[in-house]
Design a binder for this molecule. Structure first.
Ligand SMILES: Cc1ncc(COP(=O)(O)O)c(C=O)c1O
Length: 376
C-alpha cells in the first residue's frame, strides 16, 4: 500500500533549463531577466498595478508594514486564525495587533466583527483569503475607506482566485503572495508584493533594495545609486525567479489538475456531509475555489484526532493548522480577552486532506473511503 503524503512538489520540467539559462547569462542576483518576466506575467494576467518578487510572503508583508510607516502605538486588525507571519510583520514595527474573529461559514474574517474594533489608532486591516477563498472585500474596502484605513490582502494561498470576477491581490492597497513549496505555484521559498496604490510604488522598490535606489539605477534612470531610505534585502535571486517562471508557464495546467482533485473530493465526501458526519468547505457566491487547500470541518478536536490517527494507520497523511494567534504563547497575555469562538472552532476542528498537483484520483478515492470507514 503506497503512502499518500500531504504535499508533494510539482516540477513542470522547464525549471532546470531556465535556471541553467540564468547561470549561463552570468547574472543570478535579484532583478534579473526572470524576475522581470515573472513580474510582467502577473501584471499582464491579473492586471496588478505593480509586482515585486520577494523572498517570501512573510517578507512581502514586512515590506507592507514598512510602506505603511507602521509605528509603535498603531493598531492593525488581523484575523486570529492565520499564519504567524500575518501578525509578525506588524509586531516587528511595534504595532498592536487586534484580532478579529472568523465568520461561522468559513475561516475568513467576519466583516461585522471588524467595525467595532476600529479606534482612532487603527491604521490598517489585513485580510487573509483562507484556502484562496475571497473575503467579502466590498464590505471591507468600504469600511476602510469610511475610516481612512489601508487594506492589505494576505493572499499567500490565493493565486488565481477571484472576488466577484476581480483577481485576489488586486483589491487592497497592497497584497502579499507566497510561492512556498506547499502552494499551487512554487519556487521553494518565495513571494510577491503587489502594489495597487500608486503612492507606494517608488518607495516599495527602494525598501526591497536595502533602502537604495538601485532599481531605478538599473533601469538607467540614475547615474549612480545611493542610500535614500530605510530598507532591507527582500529580493530573490534570479535563479529562484527562473524556477518560478517555469511554474507560471504551466499555471493553467496546474490549476486544472488541482481543480479536478478538489471536485472529486467534494463529490466523494458529499454523502458524509449529507449524513451530518462532517462539513465541507463553503465557497460563497462572490468567491472562487483556487484548489490551494482542501479541508473538512470535524465536530470536535477529539474527532479530528481520531481521523488523523485513523488515516495515518492507513498510510494517509492529513494535518491541521493554524493555532489561533490570540491563544498563542506569545500573544495570549497581550490579547484583550475577547472571545473569538469561530477562530477557536477552526483551530480545533479543521482538518486538511492531501492535496498536490499530481495527486491521483485513486489516492483521492482511497482517502475518502478511509474517511467514510472511520466515520461509520
Ligand atoms: C496566510 C499566510 N500568510 C503568510 C504565510 C507565509 O508565507 P511564506 O512562507 O511565503 O513566508 C503563510 C504560509 O503558509 C500563510 O498561510
Amino acid at each position: 500500500m503506497n503512502q499518500i503524503s500531504f504535499n508533494k512538489i510539482f516540477i513542470t520540467g522547464n525549471e532546470t533549463a531556465y535556471m541553467a539559462e540564468a547561470m549561463a547569462s552570468g547574472k543570478i542576483a535579484g532583478d534579473g531577466k526572470f524576475t522581470r518576466k515573472c513580474q510582467e506575467f502577473f501584471e499582464r494576467k491579473y492586471g496588478f498595478r505593480k509586482c515585486l518578487l520577494t523572498t517570501s510572503c512573510t517578507d512581502a508583508l514586512e515590506m507592507a508594514a514598512l510602506l505603511l510607516n507602521i509605528q509603535p502605538g498603531d493598531e492593525v486588525i488581523i484575523p486570529s486564525y492565520t499564519f504567524v507571519s500575518t501578525a509578525n510583520a506588524f509586531i516587528l514595527r511595534g504595532a498592536k495587533v487586534v484580532f478579529a474573529d472568523s465568520n461561522n461559514r468559513e475561516p475568513n474574517l467576519d466583516p461585522s466583527a471588524i467595525e467595532k474594533l476600529i479606534t482612532p489608532r487603527t491604521k490598517a486591516i489585513v485580510v487573509v483569503h483562507y484556502a484562496g477563498v475571497a473575503c467579502d472585500m466590498d464590505i471591507i474596502m468600504e469600511l476602510a475607506e469610511k475610516n481612512g484605513l489601508f487594506v492589505i490582502e494576505d493572499a499567500a494561498q490565493a493565486i488565481d482566485s477571484f472576488y466577484k470576477g476581480r483577481p485576489l491581490g488586486s483589491i487592497g492597497h497592497l497584497s502579499a503572495f507566497s510561492f512556498h513549496e506547499t502552494k499551487n505555484i512554487i519556487c521553494g521559498e518565495g513571494g510577491m508584493l503587489v502594489i495597487n496604490d500608486e503612492r507606494f510604488m517608488e518607495r516599495a522598490e527602494i525598501i526591497r533594495e536595502k533602502g537604495t535606489n538601485r532599481s531605478a539605477f538599473l533601469r538607467g534612470e540614475k547615474d549612480r545609486y545611493e542610500w535614500v531610505d530605510a530598507g532591507s534585502s527582500f529580493l530573490p535571486s534570479d535563479l529562484l525567479s527562473a524556477f518560478l517562471f517555469a511554474q507560471l508557464e504551466s499555471l493553467e495546467t496546474i490549476q486544472q489538475k488541482r481543480r479536478e482533485i478538489t471536485e472529486l473530493y467534494l463529490h466523494l465526501l458529499k454523502p458524509l456531509q449529507d449524513k451530518g458526519k462532517l462539513v465541507l468547505p463553503c465557497v460563497p457566491a462572490y468567491a472562487t475555489n483556487n484548489a490551494s487547500v482542501f479541508y473538512v470541518l470535524c465536530k470536535s478536536r477529539e474527532q479530528r484526532q481520531m481521523l488523523i490517527d485513523g488515516l495515518k494507520a492507513q498510510g494517509i497523511s492529513a494535518v491541521f493548522h493554524y493555532l489561533c494567534l490570540h491563544r498563542s504563547k506569545y500573544y495570549s497575555t497581550r490579547h484583550d480577552g475577547r472571545q473569538l469562538p469561530n477562530s477557536d472552532r477552526y483551530t480545533e476542528c479543521l482538518l486538511r486532506l492531501p492535496l498536490y498537483t499530481e495527486l491521483s484520483a485513486t489516492d483521492v478515492e482511497r482517502t475518502c473511503n478511509a474517511l467514510t470507514g472511520l466515520l461509520q
